[in-house]
Design a binder for this molecule. Structure first.
Ligand SMILES: [Fe+2]
Length: 256
């Protein structure tokens, strides 16, 4: 008969512990009023139950059965889980399932020693690896759930406080008032523009050159006032400024 593997006791302990956890977590999920908590607890309970059976199956494959253990605190855990007077947060604390990743690391990591046995066969090693990975993930889920309950317990419900809401509403009111003022100013401006456009266009000032040109040699300013003749010494630019502005008038000037 081959020697008994050194890790049979470990597999037995895991199978018992996981099956026990499935029972009290299921009981907890059945009474919690919180859907989010129930979701997490039910998920972990399923994993625990599957682990309990997977290790029982491995023991069976190795030629052993699950041996129940004497004593233990299974009943007290079940009482806590079934309680309808304890809060979910209190259950996390009493059952010790809400520890953070940091709290479960280092010397508190119960899984590290499982891999110190160098005689573990491949199939059992693979099962242990999957089990540890899922246990750590379950630990993270439970820690997250507990942290959320603690946050709510501190009055942080995740919703905005009444003070913050009132402040935001006041700001929104000011923004709306400013928008109304802007809209009124824009409307008034548009009305002014419409009125201005509706007015008949003022008669355009006619260019002096549009009037009949005086006869050559006479001043255009001949309405009883003396003619002003620019001195010939004035600069050309000034002289050009006196040129009539209509094409016909201009041509008459340039042709003269
Ligand atoms: Fe577990």
């Amino acid at each position: 008969m081959p020697d008994k593997p050194s890790y049979i006791g470990l597999l037995n302990a895991i199978s018992l512990g996981e099956s026990e956890a499935e029972c009290y977590l299921d009981a907890w999920a059945a009474v919690t009023p919180d859907d989010a908590v129930r979701s997490v607890i039910s998920t972990v309970a399923l994993r625990e139950g599957e682990h309990g059976k997977a290790f029982a199956k491995r023991l069976c494959e190795l030629g052993y059965g699950v041996l129940p253990r004497e004593g233990g605190d299974a009943q007290s855990k079940m009482d806590i889980a079934c309680s309808t007077t304890l809060s979910d947060k209190e259950k996390f604390e009493k059952l010790g399932v809400g520890r953070t990743v940091a709290e479960r690391a280092g010397d508190n990591d119960v899984f590290v020693n499982m891999f110190k046995d160098t005689t573990v066969d491949i199939q059992t090693g693979a099962l242990l690896g999957r089990y540890v990975a899922e246990e750590r993930d379950s630990g993270r889920m439970l820690a997250g759930c507990y942290a959320e309950l603690c946050r709510r317990g501190n009055g942080d419900s995740g919703a905005m406080s009444a003070t913050v809401t009132a402040g935001l509403e006041a700001r929104l009111g000011r923004v709306e008032a400013l928008l109304e003022q802007i809209c009124e100013k824009v409307s008034a401006h548009n009305r002014r523009i419409a009125v201005r456009r509706a007015r008949p266009a003022p008669a355009r000032r006619t260019c002096q050159s549009a009037r009949p040109l005086p006869a050559r040699g006479t001043s255009r300013i001949s309405s009883g006032r003396p003619a002003i003749r620019p001195p010939s010494s004035l600069p050309t630019s000034f002289m050009m400024s006196l040129v009539p502005c209509t094409p016909s008038a201009a041509s008459s000037v340039y042709s003269s």
